[in-house]
Ligand binder design. Sequence first.
Ligand SMILES: Cc1ncc(COP(=O)(O)O)c(C=O)c1O
Length: 379
Amino acid sequence: MENLIPLSVPNLSGNEWKYIKECLDTNWVSSVGSFVDKFEKDFAEYVGAKYAVSVVNGTAALHMALQIAGVEQNDYVIAPNITFIASINAIKYCYAFPILIDVLSDTWQMDVDLLEDFLKNNTYQENDTCYLKENKRRIKAIMPVHVLGNMCEMDKIMQLAEQYKLSVIEDSTEALGSFYKNQHAGTFGKMGCFSFNGNKIMTTGGGGMIVTNDEKLAKRAKHLTTQAKSDSFEYIHDDVGYNYRLVNILAAMGVAQLEQMPDFLKRKKEIHQYYTENLKNLPLSFQKDTENSKPNYWLFTICIEKQKELMTYLIERKIQVRPFWRPMNMLDMFKNDIYVSKEDNAFKIYEKSVSLPCSTNITDQELEKVVQTVRNFYQ
Ligand SMILES: Cc1ncc(COP(=O)(O)O)c(C=O)c1O
């Protein structure tokens, strides 16, 4: 649409054409090729993990990571109540159930004190396994989600995971380039998952990555995501595998995008600073950085009482905006799942949230227009 200022769109100003052309010229377009290997190697290096396995999207990454971590039918997986649906769907793909934990009102990340209370009062351990008292079902894992590229309090989560014998699978899909205590998102737990969906800080159109420091888990991820083929020549398979691999063309795009991450991060930070500086005197609030974190400032989001009115006002003026995801406990499929909350911060944030345009290729003039339009709304 002409003159529309989009919310968060791809920025393809690097070597994308060149590398994709190389795939086309050499006929290596499909499920194997040098770019797949290079992308995995470069990515692992970038986040500081030993291994990276590329997959079709972030949802598949989460599904595989949970399955490989041993999540089985009727297990529980702890996750925040504010996240994109894919996190909780991935739990359901394993025939497991989420235990939804409310988020903090300021950082919008999983409330670890609430989580600690819950684990203390509602679980017991037997043979190094954690069970829910109520029905004696196993709690297998925690899935922290680094919401909007801000970070969860990973120290505390790792400590609780150890104490209660839970595997940690990080949903870092929004947190490429984010750090907690100088350690990259996705490298704290058993496995970390990333997304290269079109709206993310870098994109391959669609794509994802699983990272881990455990060679066995990496090999298992590669095997399961490539149809579990156990013979290099004959069609012999030793498990029910998945066709979840990322194709060479998209990996080529990934290599080109990853090269630009320093520029993307720089621009995201500038956008964040510009908005916070220029909107600070208005009756709205911002997401607070988690202490000791260095977020990637992926999606700039404000909270405002007149959410619906502001969204309509901005959309009418060709500024694309979005509310936050509806909290998971409010969706039909998950409304009967356990939700641990004192004040339902998830809902309070949801009903006030507005994400503003923040593509890395947004111009300064467009940023000014967004700020001016929000200001005009108040006049
Ligand atoms: C928090 C979260 N989890 C999971 C996903 C799923 O990633 P994908 O869209 O690549 O499947 C996304 C992004 O889309 C996300 O934002």
